[in-house]
Each structure stands twice: as C-alpha cells, then as structure tokens.
Design a protein around this ligand. Structure first.
Ligand code: AHG
Ligand code: MN
Ligand code: MN
Length: 338
C-alpha cells in the first residue's frame, strides 16, 4: 500500500516556491544528487553478484584502503554533478584536493562536499552504508571554486543530508527549513516523502560508541558512558547500546528514536588525541541535520557548526544526538559532572 505520493521532485519545487528570489538552481542541484543516489543504490544492491566487492589496491588521503564501491560512489557523484551548471567545485573524502568543474562545462554558485560511501567497511557483509553531503555557497570571486570556498564553517551550509542504502533506501535532507526524509520506492524508482519534518526526541534510550576502544578514551567520556550504563540512568529505565559502525546508519536510527552517537578522540598515546570522523564530509552535514531536527552536535568543547575548518580532511571528535544526552556529555567534559 502506498502511503505517500509526494515525490522529492515535487517537494523541492514546493520548497522553492517559498523562496521568492530562488532561481531553480539549487532545486536542480538537489535533484541531480538524487539521481546519483539511485545509481549508487543500484550498484550497492548488486554487490556480491558483480565484481564490485573488495579493495581497489589504493589507499586514500586518510591512509585507509579504498574499496571498489568507495571509488564507484565517488566517481558516480562527480559525474552526476559536474555538468549541471550549479557547482563551481567539489571535494570528497576520497580525493586529496579540491575538484574543479571541467573546463567544457558551465560553472555555478555552489560547492558540494561529500563522503561518497560512509561505513564502507560494512559493505562486504551486507550491512547498511550511505552517502553524506554538504552544500555551501561560493564566496570567492571568479568562476572556479577554491579551497577557501570549501573551508567554511558548518553554520554557512545551504543544505546537507545523507542517503542510507539499507533495508530500504532513504534520503534525508535539510535546507534550513526542517528535516525531511524520502524513501525510495524501487517499483517506480522515485524517492517519496515518508518522514516529513523529522524532530529528534529530546531524550533517547540509546547510546552508540565503539566500546572496543574504551581503554583509549579520556576520563570524561569514560565516566559519561559509565553513567549511562548505570541501572539508575534515565529514571531507572537505563540505556541500550547500538553500534552499527556506519555513521549514517547509527545517526539515522538515533535521529528517529532519540539517543546519542559518540566518536571521541582516542588516546593510544596520551599526548596524541586522535579523532577519526571528518569535519567537512561527516560532522558538519550531520550537525546541520541534527540541529534542524532539534538536536545538538559538539566536539565536547565546542559546537561543531562553529568550527572554522583549517584543512579539507580535518578530523574532529563528535558527540551528536538528542539535546539532553549531548548536554549531559558537555557537563562531564567541562567538569560540571564527574
Ligand atoms: P568511512 O567508511 O567513510 O571511512 O567512515 C567510517 C566511519 C563511520 O562510518 C563509522 O561510524 C566509523 O568509521 C566506524 O569506525 P570504527 O570502526 O573505528 O568504530
Ligand atoms: Mn564516512
Ligand atoms: Mn567514506
């Protein structure tokens, strides 16, 4: 039974009508992105049947082994977005430098930053993966985008979101007017509005963290998680732990049912904190989504969206989710609670 017939195309046009100065450029950009998501979804669904599992043999700028599907998703998005005339540059987790729009194509006013395939270590074992994206407005003069255009704080994002390729394929986005989710109907090949105006519960019953690293956490994180695990937590109801290992999938679950996701810096060497998640491709877009849904995102010291990026592949600690759980973490991090 079909519950919605509002396609993402119609939704985007309706949103555009609310902005009198809109040119249609931004709407077309998001529409092009949905085409890339459908292509990646198709390939992810075939994984195992065609020779697309496993590694390419290369390592990316982060020193991580690149999977064939990482590469496929990266190329699919670049090719879907390079000729629409909406973008002046792109940057991807899988590419060390800013990617310019090829000379033969028209340049536009926007910049696209993306994590082509998040959670890709899960792909060979049929666990959900996703794509995360962030859109900024160009701020330097001239037709080509620059590094400076990419290195804007998250509060400057025009839109952000993700697509999870899971038990169903769902795209969630915000352009600063709430958070909306669209489920791909495979029979008609359309994203249909399934989750209008998503609000995260103020308090959740789930925490998500890689507890295998607990020996490398700082003291506030250790105490915070101990607190969540105590039988008295949440008025005696306690918390469940859920950790898929794909940020998008963990994030999406917590967005819908409430909870907190943490990837703190790890301290194998006490003098060398090591955060993992990337500010521009992971933390910023999800922080924009969570704040629009009524949640919070922090490094533990500061709001994610306020950080002035210093480099394309900068990593940050991330605590993101329901406002009450994030606030409690901030109390531990600032020493108000111990
Ligand atoms: P990516 O696949 O884009 O490199 O991101 C992987 C990230 C994220 O999806 C996930 O939350 C985290 O890595 C898992 O890391 P651990 O295995 O260290 O927990
Ligand atoms: Mn990722
Ligand atoms: Mn990735």
């Amino acid at each position: 039974m079909r519950t919605s017939s509002l396609t993402i195309g119609r939704h985007l046009v309706e949103q555009e009508r609310k902005v009198p100065e809109a040119t249609g450029d931004f709407t077309a950009l998001l529409w092009d992105l949905t085409i890339a998501f459908k292509i990646i979804n198709h390939e992810v669904n075939k994984a195992g049947l065609v020779d697309i599992l496993g590694w390419t043999g290369d390592r990316n700028v982060h020193g991580e082994k690149v999977r064939k599907l990482d590469q496929f998703a990266h190329e699919t998005i670049f090719k879907a977005m390079d000729h629409g005339g909406h973008l002046c540059a792109m940057a991807s987790e899988e590419e060390p430098r800013v990617m310019l729009i090829p000379g033969k194509f028209k340049k536009g006013r926007y910049v696209l930053l993306f994590d082509p395939l998040d959670g890709s270590s899960n792909i060979d074992v049929n666990v959900s993966v996703g794509t995360i994206f962030s859109i900024l407005r160009k701020r330097t003069p001239g037709p080509d985008g620059t590094l400076e255009d990419c290195l804007q704080p998250g509060c400057e994002q025009v839109a952000a979101g993700y697509c999870v390729y899971g038990s169903s394929t769902i795209m969630v986005y915000t352009s600063g007017h709430g958070v909306h989710g669209f489920t791909l109907d495979p029979n008609i090949g359309e994203f249909l509005l399934s989750h209008p105006d998503i609000r995260i519960p103020r308090r959740g019953g789930t925490y998500s963290i890689n507890e295998g690293y607990s020996g490398t956490w700082d003291e506030p994180t250790r105490r915070y998680i101990e607190n969540l695990k105590s039988p008295q937590a949440r008025g005696g109801k306690g918390y469940s732990m859920r950790y898929v290992g794909s940020l998008v999938a963990d994030f999406h679950r917590n967005l819908l049912v409430g909870g907190v996701f943490l990837y703190p810096a790890t301290y194998k060497d006490p003098n060398k904190p090591k955060p993992k998640l990337r500010l521009l491709y992971e933390a910023n877009p999800l922080a924009f989504v969570i704040e629009q849904a009524g949640g919070k995102a922090s490094t533990g010291r500061r709001r994610i969206l306020d950080i002035e990026p210093q480099s394309l592949h900068q990593r940050v600690p991330l605590v993101i989710g329901s406002p009450e759980e994030v606030d409690l973490y901030l109390n531990y991090a600032s020493g108000k609670e111990s």
